[in-house]
Design a protein around this ligand. Structure first.
Ligand code: HGY
Ligand code: MN
Ligand code: MN
Length: 415
């Protein structure tokens, strides 16, 4: 427990209300959320978030990639703030908790400190990182990756979505291309609250996940060039079928990652000029490979590339397969991880250490500052699906652990 000594808790009902209120921005008939980064729904939730922060007395500014920062002053403003937050964008068939729980949990923490009249030694700053999902624009965790120097701002501004719209144009379209250069807002460290997006905490009836590591990620863009021809008059042995080729690549990828104990997904595949009586001649596809072990990540890339080479040869097609993103595995800062564990223990929540299957902005931030994460359970382990759900009590528990972790790191000046 912090120097406060008392059992300060966030307002569970107020947090839950904000989760349900913001789910309207992009809400879908099935109870999920479609709030693609830098789209009209993202603009609405950003405007809501800015107003809520300003109403809480926070100073809000926006950087050149649209990431939003809301600063709560501390007694010693010579120190860089402790950062909390996550992302407001979602997948096309996303849920009400992925990302936004971390932003709303952070807002609830600062609202609670305001209500309690608590001044911290160090300032605290909420972040909403642009385009964590990477669905509309690649890569994922895009803005935090630029913040830590993995990409230049200009490179990211020029990235295009499937309709050819650039990040820069999309930022201008919603009025969120900030005038502050990326990296201006400094942090002493960062703690991100997020749903687990997997089945472990629920299966073990644990309320809190103390995240000590995150999987490494490899993203590829692929293009198969075969030959369009007549479905009725082209004998099977003479075909250069791009879709049959991709089918072999999918099954070969499953074999490679399963043998090594890793994960592989082909999440996008687009047939050029599709027609039911034309043999597919060209397909663009994506691949997402993951492992918590750097060596395994390297091994599955080699295994998949070898398989693709062999399949392309016997299918007599060309396969271009370009790596577009490499995020090495993350090992979070031991002191910050311990601070999360201490907070969970002192609050009496069941907890366990865990590795994140999903990528998060915190995984990038950990490259340049001490970082840790707090997980809460996902119902049936479901995420990136409109059925994504978490319990109100677990959301409150996560926010309480976030609050006491941050109070321990930032220090309490007075109350
Ligand atoms: O891809 C991920 O793991 C994250 O959800 N963007
Ligand atoms: Mn997320
Ligand atoms: Mn996600």
């Amino acid at each position: 427990m912090t120097k406060l000594g008392d059992n300060l808790k966030i307002d569970s009902a107020r947090l839950w209300d904000t989760i349900n209120e913001t789910a309207k921005f992009g809400g879908t008939p099935k109870g999920g959320v479609r709030r693609l980064t830098l789209g009209p729904e993202d603009k609405l939730v950003r405007n809501w978030f800015r107003k809520a922060c300003e109403d809480a007395g926070l100073e809000v500014h926006v950087d050149a990639l649209g990431s939003m920062f809301a600063l709560r002053k501390g007694r010693d403003m010579s120190k860089a703030p402790i950062g909390i937050g996550s992302h407001l964008d979602t997948q096309p068939t996303g849920g009400k908790f992925d990302g936004i729980l971390g932003v709303l949990g952070a807002l609830e923490v600062l609202r609670t400190l305001n209500d309690a009249g608590i001044e911290t030694e160090m300032p605290i700053c909420i972040a909403n990182w642009t385009n964590e999902e990477g669905s509309r624009f690649a890569p994922a965790m895009m803005a935090s990756a630029a913040y830590v120097g993995d990409f230049t701002t200009d490179d990211i501004l020029s990235r295009r979505d499937i309709a050819g719209v650039t990040v820069g144009d999309a930022l201008d379209e919603i009025g969120y291309r900030g005038d502050v250069p990326v990296g201006t807002q400094k942090f002493s460290g960062f703690v991100e609250l997020h749903i687990e997006q997997g089945p472990i905490l629920e299966a073990e009836s644990k309320t809190i996940g103390v995240v000590e590591a995150g999987q490494g990620v490899l993203w590829f863009d692929g293009k198969i060039t075969g030959f369009e021809s007549h479905a009725g008059s082209t004998p099977m042995p003479l075909r250069k079928d791009a879709l049959a080729t991709l089918s072999e690549i999918v099954l070969a990828t499953e074999r490679v990652v399963s043998n090594i104990g890793a994960l592989g997904t082909i999440g996008e595949a687009v047939i050029a000029n599709p027609s039911r009586n034309v043999i597919p001649g060209e397909i663009a596809f994506t691949m997402d490979l993951r492992s918590a072990d750097a060596g395994k990540l390297e091994a599955i890339e080699k295994g998949v590339r070898d398989a693709i080479k062999e399949i392309a040869a016997h299918r007599k097609v060309d396969v271009a397969f370009d790596k577009v993103w490499h995020k090495p595995p993350t090992h979070f800062n031991k002191d910050f991880v311990n601070a999360v564990e201490t907070a969970a223990t002192s609050l009496g929540y069941s907890h366990r250490r865990i590795t994140s299957g999903a990528g998060h902005d915190a995984c990038n931030l950990n490259n340049i500052m001490p970082t840790a994460m707090v997980f809460i359970p996902s119902k049936d382990g479901i995420s990136h699906n409109e059925l994504e759900s978490s319990a109100q009590d677990d959301c409150a528990a996560g926010a309480n652990v976030l609050m006491h972790t941050v109070l321990a790191l930032a220090g309490v000046a007075s109350k």
